[in-house]
Write a protein that binds this ligand. Structure first.
Ligand SMILES: *Cc1c(COP(=O)(O)O)cnc(C)c1O
Length: 425
């Protein structure tokens, strides 16, 4: 076996398919979000980031940074152990209480990432349930798929957000068998939303447990930032709500919230929770501060929706192929991995705009896209600059514009207002 050759071939395969990943070397700048320094080939440039999941800019919120400073000066850097062996720090205990309250659940449990929380929780819950059958939305995130796999349970994949298909599968399984439905609220690559109430109805009718990933909604939706289930008053109808502390909350870590018994079971049986060092107090304190802020402040959410809508409208107005999205996530269709990468490179090199290309396997082949995530800090001027840059790139590379984007009167008015305010300085 020529080991070196083997790994080189594996990498060559990615190059051949034009989906070899290159990471941009960035340095975020507190006070200037979404601006960042980009280092490439010995040069440093200031650029605008348009693809961050720090959706509300909480990663640089003064209160969050202060909480981090305070915790580090009082408690140092690391947790010093697993939860079971000396690592169960007080800020982490407080964070779990905060999360249980956020989702109106009896208990919360924190993991080192959202990925780990899905993988560990889904696999443990489905493994504990006798002869469990898992129903999984076909567009579920890799971390949920990994959890389903690791559980060893039988699974049925239902077509994306397709209630009729889900019901057909539930019916076939019968009422007696243990069942777990796993799905997301906001799907991260398309920006659409699951029919949560209807899925909860089906779960009730066929006696299934429900597990929802609210990673792309927590902090951003609901009057307290509890996600789509919060916004729609559905938290009590879903058994387990999973989220991340790393996106809108601007820190790091993942969690689940649910009934005392389920949380205690995952705490007690999940290897991915047990055999790893606890989240450090600095991170826990910062996350708690961020959650507390977003529980009461509506300003970030209001501005986020406002700038996301404006961005969609301005790009659609310019006939850029904006894919339909019900949320703050704005995918722009390219449909080819090489073009997608080229578009991203040209945006960065020519225009100082950073949008990572999204290629297979993150999205299906042929649906390669640029995924744009406006934040409250992307000003009207930055939106116009983005539109101009995208139009230049689309023309230079010959990427198709959309044929039938007919903006509504309402949209045109807003764009006109924007143009006027821009002209006025
Ligand atoms: C990002 C993401 C995760 C993982 O969360 P991390 O905290 O980044 O590990 C889980 N689910 C979905 C849908 C995600 O997009």
């Amino acid at each position: 076996m020529d080991y070196r050759r083997f790994f080189e071939d594996a990498i060559d395969q990615l190059h051949a398919e034009k989906r070899y990943r290159v990471f941009a070397n960035l340095e975020r700048i507190v006070g200037k979000f979404p601006r960042a320094l980009w280092r490439d080939a010995g040069k440093t440039r200031e650029i605008t980031v348009w693809c961050s999941n720090d959706y509300l800019g909480m990663g640089q919120h003064p209160d969050v940074i202060r909480a981090m400073h305070d915790a580090s000066s009082r408690m140092g850097s690391g947790a010093g152990g697993t939860r079971n062996i000396s690592g169960n720090n007080h800020p982490l205990v407080e964070l779990e209480l905060e999360l249980a309250d956020l989702h109106q659940k009896e208990a919360g449990l924190v993991f080192t990432s959202g990925f780990v929380s899905n993988e560990a929780s889904i696999s443990t819950i489905a493994r504990l349930l006798p002869n469990c059958l898992i129903f999984s939305d076909e567009l579920n995130h890799a971390s949920m798929i990994e959890g389903v796999r690791r559980s060893g349970a039988e699974k049925k994949i239902f077509r994306h957000n397709d209630l009729a298909h889900l019901e057909e599968l539930l019916k076939a399984a019968g009422k007696e068998r243990a069942k777990l439905i796993v799905f997301e609220s906001v799907y991260s690559m398309d920006g659409d939303i699951a029919p949560i109430a209807a899925i909860a109805d089906l779960a009730e009718e066929y006696n299934a447990m429900t597990y929802i990933d609210e990673v792309h909604a927590v902090g951003m939706y609901g009057s307290r930032g509890g996600g789509i289930t919060d916004r729609e008053g559905l938290s009590h109808r879903i058994d387990i709500i999973e989220g991340t502390l790393a996106k809108a909350f601007g820190t790091l870590g993942g969690y689940i919230a649910g009934s005392r018994s389920v949380i205690d079971a995952v705490r007690s049986y999940a290897p991915g929770f047990i055999f790893t060092t606890a989240l450090p107090p600095v991170i826990a304190a910062a996350a708690t501060q961020s959650i507390r802020h977003l529980k009461v402040s509506q300003e970030e959410r209001r501005m986020h929706q406002c700038q996301a809508q404006l961005t969609k409208d301005v790009l659609a107005q310019a006939n850029l192929p904006v894919m339909k999205s019900e949320t703050h996530i704005i995918p722009i269709h390219v449909g080819d991995p090489e073009l997608c990468k080229k578009a991203s490179d040209r945006l960065l090199e020519r225009h100082g705009i950073y949008i990572q290309p999204i290629n297979y396997p993150t999205v299906p082949r042929g649906t390669e896209r640029l995924r744009i995530t406006p934040t409250p800090f992307h000003t009207n001027e930055l939106v116009v600059e983005l539109k101009d840059a995208l139009v230049e790139v689309w023309m230079a590379l010959g990427i198709p514009f959309s044929k039938d984007s007919a903006p509504s009167v309402e949209i045109s008015e807003r764009v006109v207002t924007l143009a006027v305010s821009k002209a006025g300085g």
